[in-house]
Design a binder for this molecule. Structure first.
Ligand code: SAM
Ligand code: SF4
Ligand code: F3S
Length: 489
C-alpha cells in the first residue's frame, strides 16, 4: 500500500508512469468509498452529492472531468448546488493572483456549509496547492478544508478521500519539486455530449520567465499515440463532433517518448480514425509551430481552420526577457506561412500587458503587431508577478495604473479589429455546431463555426438542433459574436 508522504523536492526529473497495479489499487479504494457512500445513503435516505468548482484553463477543466468521473465511480451524484453537497472539490489555478484570490474566497464561502453540515468534506486541489506556500495558506487559514492535494496526486483522489473519510484527519499533500506523473485509465465524466477534451501531454519545459505553470504542472510528459488513439476512437464511436487536443505546448508532443514521434504525425494518425469529428488543439508555442504542422492542417479535412498562437508581446526586447525564443519578425513570418496555406484560418492569441520594464515604445510594438496580424480574437492579461518566477524579481515593475491604461487601449484596438474581421464574414454560410439554447435568450440558439466563432441564430419551429452541425448564413457582425440564420440543408 502506498504511503501518503510528502514528495521529496529532490526527486529526479523523470516523470513517473503510473503502473497498472497502482491504478487497480485506486479502483479498490474507489469501491471502498462507494461502500461508505451507500451506507450513508441508506442512513439518510437520500443520494450523496459531490459539487465541483473549477478555475483556470482547459487543462484544469479536463482534470475536473476526471475528478467527476472518479467521484461517480465512488458512488457520488454530481450536483450544481454546493448547498446540497456532501463533498465539495475546488480545483484551483495559480496562473495569476486574481485566480488564486477567487479560489481562496470561494473556498471561504463554503465554511458556513461545513458549519451547518459537519460531515461535509471540503477538498482543494489543482495548480495552486501544488505549491507548498499555498498549501500552507489553506492549512492555516481554512481549518474547514479537510483535504488538499496538488496535480501530481489527482489519480490518488479515491485513496486520499477514503483515508480522510475513515479517520477524519486532515490530509495536505503538495507536489513541490515533483516532475509529475502520467496516469492512464482514470474514469472521465465529460461535461458535454458533443465536444470533448483529450490531453495529449502534461506539464511544460519552457520556463517563460513570467509563468508558474512549469512549477505547478511539472515537466513535459507525452501520452503514447496508442493511448491517445484509443481515446479518440472511443469518442468518435460515441458520436462526439468536436475534439480538442490539450497540452501547454502541443508542438513539442512526443519528444520525451521512448520512440520519438511528433505532433504533425500524431495529427495524421488521429485524422485517420473513422468518424465525423472536427479537431482543435491548443496551445501551440510559436517557436515550435512548423511548416509541416501547417501542411498537415491544410491537407486534413478533420482539422479545424483555427490556431491559437500566443505571441505575448510585439517587442523583441520584452520577448527576449520573457524567454520566448522568437522575435516579432519571426512570428509574422510564421503567420504569413500559415495564411498562405490556409487563407481562412481563424487566428487567436494571448498578450501580456505590463511585463517588467515594458515602456510605451514596447507597448506600441504590441499594438503595431496586432494591427499587422489582425487577430480574430485576443486573450489579454495584466502581468501578475508569480512568486518564484524570474519576472516577479525583475527591476522595473510597471505600475497598476499604467498597466490598466495600456490594457484599455489594447482592448479598444482589438474591438475594432475583431469587428472588422467579423464584418468580412457577413453574407457567407458556415457549418455551425449547435451548443444549445442561448443563456440570455430562450428563443435563440448558440453555436460555433469551425474556427470557434460564436454564432447566435433563431431556429425554426420543431426539432431541437443541439449537437447537430447546421449551415448558417451570417447576417450581422458584432466584435465578439456573429448573428445568423439557418439555411436549408
Ligand atoms: N502554454 C501556453 C503558451 O505558451 O502560450 C499558455 C499557458 S498559460 C496557462 C495562458 C496564458 O496566461 C499565457 O499565454 C499568458 O498570456 C498568460 N499568463 C501566464 N502567466 C502570466 C502572468 N504571470 N501574468 C499574466 N498573464 C500570464
Ligand atoms: Fe507557461 Fe511558457 Fe509553458 Fe506556456 S510555454 S505554460 S506560457 S512556461
Ligand atoms: Fe491552467 Fe491555471 Fe494550472 S492556467 S495549468 S489551471 S495554473
Amino acid at each position: 500500500m502506498n504511503q501518503l508522504q510528502k514528495q521529496d523536492p529532490g526527486l529526479p526529473c523523470t516523470p513517473r508512469l503510473i503502473r497498472s497495479d497502482e491504478r487497480e489499487e485506486q479502483e479498490r479504494y474507489a469501491r471502498c468509498v462507494a461502500e461508505l457512500v451507500r451506507a450513508k445513503e441508506a442512513e439518510t435516505n437520500r443520494p450523496v452529492f459531490c459539487y465541483l468548482q473549477t478555475f483556470g484553463c482547459q487543462q484544469n477543466e479536463s482534470d475536473s472531468e476526471k475528478l467527476a468521473g472518479m467521484a461517480e465511480a465512488m458512488g457520488y451524484r454530481l450536483t450544481e448546488e454546493p448547498e446540497q453537497a456532501d463533498l465539495i472539490v475546488v480545483n484551483t489555478c495559480a496562473v495569476r493572483e486574481h485566480a488564486e484570490k477567487r479560489a481562496l474566497s470561494i473556498t471561504g464561502q463554503y465554511k458556513h456549509l461545513k458549519d451547518r453540515k459537519p460531515s461535509l468534506v471540503i477538498a482543494v486541489c489543482g495548480c495552486m496547492v501544488s505549491q507548498e506556500k499555498n498549501l500552507e495558506k489553506f492549512r492555516r487559514s481554512c481549518p474547514y478544508v479537510g483535504i488538499a492535494f496538488g496535480t501530481t496526486f489527482l489519480y490518488r483522489f479515491p485513496e486520499i478521500l477514503y483515508r480522510h473519510l475513515c479517520d477524519g484527519k486532515r490530509i495536505f499533500l503538495s507536489d513541490a519539486g515533483s516532475p509529475g506523473n502520467l496516469a492512464e485509465g482514470i474514469p472521465v465524466r465529460r461535461s458535454s455530449p458533443h465536444s470533448a477534451y483529450v490531453s495529449i501531454m502534461y506539464g511544460c519545459n519552457n520556463f517563460c520567465t513570467y509563468c508558474i505553470v512549469p512549477f505547478v504542472r511539472g515537466r513535459e510528459r507525452s501520452r503514447t499515440p496508442e493511448a491517445i488513439l484509443a481515446e479518440i476512437r472511443s469518442l468518435a464511436g460515441q458520436g462526439y463532433r468536436e475534439i480538442t487536443l490539450l497540452g501547454q505546448n502541443v508542438n513539442s508532443y512526443g519528444r520525451d517518448l521512448p520512440e520519438p514521434t511528433d505532433f504533425p504525425a500524431l495529427l495524421e494518425q488521429i485524422c485517420s480514425v473513422p468518424g465525423d469529428f472536427l479537431l482543435h488543439f491548443m496551445t501551440s508555442h510559436p517557436k515550435d509551430a512548423s511548416e509541416r504542422l501547417f501542411d498537415v492542417m491544410a491537407s486534413q479535412r478533420k482539422i479545424a481552420h483555427h490556431l491559437h498562437l500566443p505571441v505575448q508581446s510585439g517587442s523583441d526586447r520584452i520577448l527576449a526577457a520573457m524567454n520566448r525564443h522568437y522575435t516579432s519578425g519571426s512570428y509574422l513570418e510564421t503567420v504569413g506561412k500559415l495564411r498562405k496555406r490556409i487563407p481562412d484560418i481563424v487566428l487567436s492569441t494571448d498578450l501580456i500587458v505590463g511585463f517588467p520594464t515594458e515602456t510605451e515604445e514596447d507597448f506600441e510594438c504590441t499594438l503595431s503587431l496586432m494591427r499587422e496580424v489582425r487577430f480574430d480574437s485576443v486573450f489579454s492579461f495584466l502581468f501578475s508577478p508569480r512568486q518564484g518566477t524570474p519576472a516577479a524579481e525583475m527591476d522595473g515593475q510597471v505600475s497598476e495604473s499604467v498597466k490598466r491604461e495600456r490594457m484599455k487601449r489594447l482592448l479598444d484596438l482589438q474591438e475594432e479589429i475583431s469587428l472588422s474581421r467579423n464584418q468580412d464574414l457577413v453574407g457567407s454560410v458556415f457549418p455551425v455546431l449547435v451548443e444549445g439554447i442561448s443563456k440570455t435568450d430562450s428563443t435563440t440558439y448558440t453555436g460555433r463555426t469551425e474556427g470557434g466563432k460564436l454564432v447566435h441564430f433563431r431556429a425554426g419551429e420543431g426539432e431541437d438542433p443541439t449537437g447537430r452541425i447546421l449551415p448558417v448564413r451570417i447576417t450581422k457582425a458584432c466584435p465578439h459574436n456573429l448573428i445568423g440564420e439557418p439555411v436549408s440543408e
